[in-house]
Design a protein around this ligand. Sequence first.
Ligand SMILES: *Cc1c(COP(=O)(O)O)cnc(C)c1O
Length: 724
Amino acid sequence: MQDKPLTSQELAELSADLNRLARNLWWTWDQGTQEVFQELSPRAWQNLYHNAVAILREVSEHELRVRLQEPDFLARVRKVLAAFKAYMEERPTWGHLHAAPLQANPVAYFSAEFGFHETLPIAAGGLGMLAGDHTKSASDAGLGFVGISLFYREGYFQQAIDSNNWQTEYYTLLNPNNLPIEPILNEKGERLLCRVEIGMNQVVFQAWRVNVGRVCVYLLDANLPENEQHFRDLTLRVYGGDSTTRIMQEMLLGVGGVRLLRALGTQPSVFHMNEGHAAFLTLELIREKMAAGKSYQDALELTKAACIFTTHTPVEAGHDRFSPDLVEYALHRFSKQIPAPFSELVKLGQVDPKNAHEQFCMTVLALKLSRAANAVSELHGRVSRQMWHCLYPDRTVDQVPIGHITNGIHLLGWMKGTVRSFWRRKLNGHPAPPPGSDEGEQGLDWDAYLNSAVFWQRIADPEFVSDEELWALRYKLRRELIEFARRRLLIQRQRAQTDFIAFDHLLNPDALTIGFARRFATYKRAPLIFQRFDEIVRLTRVKARPVQFVFAGKAHPRDDEGKRFIQHIIHLSKHSDLQGHLVFIENYDVHVARQMVSGCDVWLNTPRRPLEASGTSGMKAGCAGCLNFSILDGWWREGYDGSNGFAIGEDSHPGAVEEQDRLDSANLYKGLTEQIIPLFYERDELGIPRRWIQTIRRAMVTLVPQFTTQRMVREYAEKYYLPG
Ligand SMILES: *Cc1c(COP(=O)(O)O)cnc(C)c1O
């Protein structure tokens, strides 16, 4: 049977199935599928930045069919197709069992950005990554879920560094034909078109569907010839343009998103606003309810009962505020359809309705019109209740109705191939099903097992995984990162045409490698570690105990202070005594993040407390054995237990910023010299750092299964999505 050639019919079906698979982002967290696409064209896989859709356009139908006649390859293709089918058809899911009402009436999750994978760069940072991971875990859980966002045809900016080490931005046009997205058609097979009144105009938009496992996200797209250019450009760039662009983008997202769902016949049971950007959806719900005959007061109450809101930052700039004039201009035609005085609508976005000049705040609108709200870590909950106490003057701070659910990550999506295969091999060697599982060994679902606390608890056991194996994994990952960095730096320097450096000798595969990669928002204090510069230089020079740094990150295009931080760090990497011990990898994105959180030994995080609402990059480090060294802010305050990583300072902070910076810088240096470096270099006769590895084990046991979006999504379902 194996040797019989495939019929043309069978080949056509396999090809169609592979094309369908390429257009479902499930493959971004399935290693077997990635390997199949990579094998079709290893070079294109690298050049096209791991884009399965583009690979299938690169490889002709003829070539594909010929390749499928190769028995080994065919067997692997069949295996991944079967795994995909099994995933899609699994019944019952957690969602069927625990959130059944959401099957018919899903959660509609609105977010201005989603980060899924490097091929679809429509996220600016952590907020988008979280939305993407939330969606992947909603799919894994089989939750009734649909996402809404915009299709930014130039995505988020790409970073280049000029000869003055200054960040410059450039944009590349995304080609929908090469992306894992599909146009939404009406029953006649034509593009489904919807409309939103923006300013004095009607703006027409179409939509694209991103399949994410069992759920989907719709991306609204105003780039249609029917619209004037400035409306077409509403979906040009993530957070592009000025505040007029911004408010209009947000109208498209909020109002347009609800209208698209209605046109598709989807009746969500709850609308989840991921940050305030989407809060105009509440006005559309009010409009609908008044059109159905409800009074303004009733419409407000009904809307409130249908919405929930997640706030993501205590940083002022993270809360959109618009002047009442701009609001009146942008909502001009739309608001005429709501039979209530415009002044009443404006008050929905103001803390003090008596102050007509107060800026209209999207967070205020979202808070006033949701039945529940939450922050993204315990401390952030406390800070947010303080911050928005003004909206609830007759309550105490503790009674302000903002709870918290701590963020997580989609574990499988963040495991790079090496890490994934390592754990797979471990599991295959020890195929005992988790205690309490009613599945036999045959039916064991490795992916689900990998997400379970039971699995990670086994890492404590040296019989299951030895120090030697873990240390070998760490070496392998560190080398992979260093070789990735060398390749990237070579390309960066070629582009900048600067001096020759022996890239193959840059960075040291034996050295303690400290990583820092995030948005260069100033509160994250990227250069803090270099404040005691001479002492840091001295540390990198100790022959027996070398230390090195890998940095990456983008500053917002209008944030010159953030760009100065980048400039400073790149300057140090090229022209100071840190040369060779410090590199800056340009164009931070999902792919760079995945390399760095896996390859570094220590993940540094130095936000000015309490401004890091949660942070998620440190969570990605755990499954690869990279240890956190962080201010006790956001998630780390909850994760750190004294044995599973390192803290900078205490669970408190002084009021004055200068004092805080001084203290944190001192504590950072202290932690590095008194704890981290000695522990990393404390070796036995085999050269193995037993106590360091013990800390890695503790991190895996205590952190990895806890800070996942699987846990997070279940918490959202139980606490917020399900009715009362
Ligand atoms: C995880 C991630 C973030 C968020 O990380 P923080 O810890 O919140 O700074 C931002 N950008 C990318 C590309 C990421 O992968």
